[in-house]
Ligand binder design. Structure first.
Ligand SMILES: NC(=O)c1ccc[n+]([C@@H]2O[C@H](COP(=O)([O-])OP(=O)(O)OC[C@H]3O[C@@H](n4cnc5c(N)ncnc54)[C@H](OP(=O)(O)O)[C@@H]3O)[C@@H](O)[C@H]2O)c1
Length: 263
């Protein structure tokens, strides 16, 4: 399917690794110019170099941002806009609250989790908005999480934080439709980033079984029988960014192999 994204400009937060990295790489394959936002300059600049090597014509810049320091957002966005000349697509992917029971999570972790998403994505969207309004195909795509729909007591932060992200998605979609900007969320199920490895380890310890058995048990809850790969998320994000998805707004798509039980 021709997605017609060549020459568009995407800003991706949380681009240094995991899902954000896969999204950036998939955009580059479609010929999209990129601004990668993250805290780790060395990691992001190395990734920018790799993407340039593999996709000759694509422009890639890095801008340092830390959502726990809101004063870093405006300079990062301004620098990226100056380097690339505008923006068509904003992907808010930064995040990744720690798993744990209620008594495992101190206040500081709650504050960090909300500062990155959903508050961070609202701040980022507000900052990018004046430039996005100038695009002929404005897009905001938020990476939320299936726990926003089906909270788990074992990952107590993921419910409130991702529900907030889903609500932010709907609010932005309502507010920005008149500007022709679509706003959607993608809900990853447990995805094969470092977080999956942590989950297997935790499950093995809690159940007193080997990691192989823990992984088998976790996968038994997924109808499609395999872990979600970062590329599975990236494929949906790239589609939502394209003109093909022009009438989809204010919704959230689960990419979880069918694991979420609710309709
Ligand atoms: N993996 C899953 O199973 C899963 C499931 C549901 C939802 N999600 C969501 O998907 C998104 C990506 O998850 P992932 O598994 O790819 O996580 P990851 O591998 O841990 O990557 C998280 C990204 O967020 C960035 N980040 C974290 N805190 C930040 C801050 N204060 N300021 C700026 N950037 C910050 C990290 O940058 P640094 O390199 O600077 O740390 C990194 O690039 C998250 O929003 C997560 O909640 C993931």
């Amino acid at each position: 399917m021709e997605l017609g994204l060549k020459g568009r400009i995407a800003f991706v937060t949380g681009a240094s690794k995991g899902i954000g990295r896969a999204i950036a790489e998939e955009f580059a394959r479609e010929g999209v110019d990129l601004a990668l936002f993250g805290r780790d300059r060395a990691k992001c600049e190395a990734l920018a170099g790799e993407i340039r090597d593999e996709n000759g014509a694509v422009r890639v810049v890095f801008s340092a941002i830390d959502f726990e320091r809101p004063d870093t957002i405006r300079p990062a966005v301004t620098a990226a806009v100056e380097a690339l000349g505008g923006v068509d697509i904003l992907v808010n992917c930064a995040g990744g609250a720690p798993r744990g029971l209620l008594e495992d999570i101190p206040d500081e972790k709650w504050e960090q989790g909300f500062a990155v998403k959903p508050i961070g994505l609202m701040r980022m969207s507000r900052e990018v908005l004046p430039y996005l309004r100038k695009s002929t195909q404005g897009r905001i795509i938020n990476i939320a999480g299936t726990r926003g729909r089906e909270p788990s007591m074992f990952s107590v932060m993921a419910g409130p934080i991702n529900l907030g992200t889903l609500s932010a998605t709907k609010v932005l979609a309502n507010a920005l439709g008149a500007d022709g900007i679509t706003v959607n969320a993608v809900n990853p199920g447990s995805t094969d980033t470092g977080r999956w490895t942590d989950l297997i380890g935790r499950e093995a310890r809690q159940r007193g079984v080997s990691e192989a058995e823990a992984e088998k048990h976790l996968l038994s809850e997924v109808p499609l029988g395999r872990v979600v790969m970062p590329e599975d998320i990236a494929n949906v994000v790239v589609f939502l960014a394209s003109a093909r998805a022009g009438m989809i707004s204010g919704t959230a798509i689960n990419v979880d192999g069918g694991r979420t039980r609710s309709i």
